[in-house]
Design a protein around this ligand. Structure first.
Ligand code: 5GP
Length: 337
C-alpha cells in the first residue's frame, strides 16, 4: 500500500456524494437515527447491503446521503474534504463528478448547488495555499432523470465550462432508463464540445452496452459485465475505461476479482484507469484500488507505475495542462534528488 500511496495518481471517476467521510455524515445526521441507533455511513452501507441483494437497491443509500448533504454549507464542506482526502492519498489530478440538484426548501438551485461545489474547491486552495492537485468537474446526468432535467444539466455544464467543468457523465441506477432517454442530451453535450463518459455494463445488458459503444464516448466506466462480442468491440474501439474494482464487488457486478474484465483488457493493452467511484461509501481510496489490482492481477511495480502515469492521457484536461502535470508526475516518480 505504501508503494501505491507514493505513486502520483489521477482520479477520473469520483462521485462527489460517494466521497463523503463517515465522520461528516455522522455530524450532518445530528440526532437522526437508523433503526434506533445514530446514523453513520458504515451503518447505512451495512443496512443497504443486508436489505439489498440487488445492485438497483444499493443506489437507495444515496437518497439518504443526499438528504444530508444537499445544502450549500454541506456541499462546500464535502467538496473540500474530498480534495483533502485525495491529496493525502497522493492524487495529483482529479475529476469530481456530481449531479446538480434542486432543493427549494433549503434555497438550493442547480446553479447554487454548483456554486457551492466551486466554493468548496476554492476553500481547499485558500486554506492550504498549495498547488498540489488539479481539480476538474463533470456534471452527472442520472439515468432516472427526465429528458428536460438532462438537457438542463448539459446546458449548465456548458455555462460552467470556464469554471473547470470539462464534460458530462451518464450515471445512476443501471436498471433504470434506456438509451433513447438520454441520447438527445448526450448528443447535445458532444455538439457543445463537452467531453462525455458513460457508466456502462454494470449489469449484463448487451443491447444497451452495444448502443453505448457505438455512440463512441470519450471514456467509459465499469464495463464489467460484457459478452465476448462486446469485449471484442471495446478492444477494437480502444475507448479508455475507468475501472472501479471495489465498487464492482460491493454492487455484486462481479463475484470474483480474478474474473474481472481488467485482467483480459490489461493483457491486450487496452487503456485502463483505476478509480474509486465512491471512496467514502466504499471505505476505499485510490492507493487501495491500486494495491487491490496489484494483488488480484499480479501486477509488478513497473506496471502500477505505468497505470498511474498513463491515466493522465485519458484525463479531460487541456493539452498544455497535461504536459505540466506529466512533468509533475514524472518528478514525483523519480523521488527527491
Ligand atoms: P452525486 O452525483 O450525488 O454527487 O453522487 C452520487 C450519485 O452518483 C448517486 O446518486 C448515483 O447516481 C451515482 N453513482 C455513484 N456510484 C455509482 C456507480 O458505481 N455507478 C453508477 N452508475 N452510478 C453511481
Amino acid at each position: 500500500l505504501d508503494f501505491c500511496r507514493a505513486l502520483p495518481k489521477c482520479e477520473l471517476n469520483a462521485h462527489l456524494n460517494g466521497t463523503v467521510r463517515d465522520a461528516t455524515i455522522q455530524e450532518l445526521a445530528g440526532t437522526r437515527t437508523l433503526n434506533g441507533k445514530p446514523l453513520s455511513l458504515a451503518r447505512l452501507v451495512n443496512l443497504t447491503q443486508q436489505m439489498s441483494p440487488s445492485l438497483a437497491e444499493c443506489f437507495q443509500l444515496f437518497d439518504v446521503l443526499h438528504s444530508l448533504t444537499t445544502d450549500h454549507v454541506a456541499l462546500r464542506r464535502i467538496t473540500r474534504e474530498a480534495i483533502e482526502d485525495m491529496v493525502a492519498d497522493g492524487v495529483v489530478y482529479a475529476e469530481i463528478r456530481t449531479t446538480p440538484k434542486c432543493r427549494p426548501e433549503r434555497g438550493v438551485t442547480k446553479v447554487s448547488y454548483m456554486q457551492s461545489v466551486l466554493d468548496g474547491i476554492d476553500d481547499y486552495f485558500a486554506s492550504t495555499g498549495a498547488e498540489d492537485i488539479t481539480v476538474r468537474l463533470l456534471l452527472s446526468i442520472r439515468r432516472e432523470q427526465t429528458r428536460q432535467e438532462m438537457m438542463e444539466t448539459v446546458m449548465l455544464a456548458v455555462a460552467l465550462r470556464d469554471r473547470g467543468v470539462m464534460g458530462v457523465d451518464l450515471t445512476g441506477n443501471p436498471t433504470e432508463g434506456e438509451w433513447e432517454d438520454w441520447q438527445e442530451a448526450l448528443d447535445l453535450a458532444r455538439q457543445q464540445g463537452l467531453k462525455v463518459t458513460l457508466e456502462a455494463g454494470e449489469t449484463l445488458n448487451p443491447v444497451e452496452t452495444a448502443a453505448m459503444l457505438a455512440w463512441g464516448p470519450d471514456r467509459l466506466g465499469h464495463c464489467c459485465c460484457l459478452t465476448p462480442d462486446l469485449e471484442r468491440r471495446l478492444l477494437d474501439l480502444h475507448i479508455p475505461l475507468e475501472v472501479c474494482l471495489t465498487s464492482n464487488v460491493v454492487t455484486r457486478s462481479v463475484v470474483n476479482l480474478r474474473d474481472h474484465e481488467f485482467s483480459k483488457l490489461h493483457k491486450q493493452r487496452h487503456p485502463l484507469v483505476l478509480c474509486t467511484a465512491d471512496s467514502g461509501v466504499l471505505n476505499t481510496c485510490l492507493s487501495r484500488e491500486y494495491a487491490i489490482a496489484a494483488q488480484a492481477f499480479n501486477l509488478t511495480e513497473r506496471q502500477l507505475q505505468s497505470l498511474a502515469l498513463n491515466a493522465l492521457d485519458y484525463a479531460f484536461v487541456d493539452e498544455l495542462e497535461k504536459v505540466s502535470l506529466q512533468q509533475r508526475m514524472q518528478t514525483a516518480l523519480r523521488g527527491p534528488p
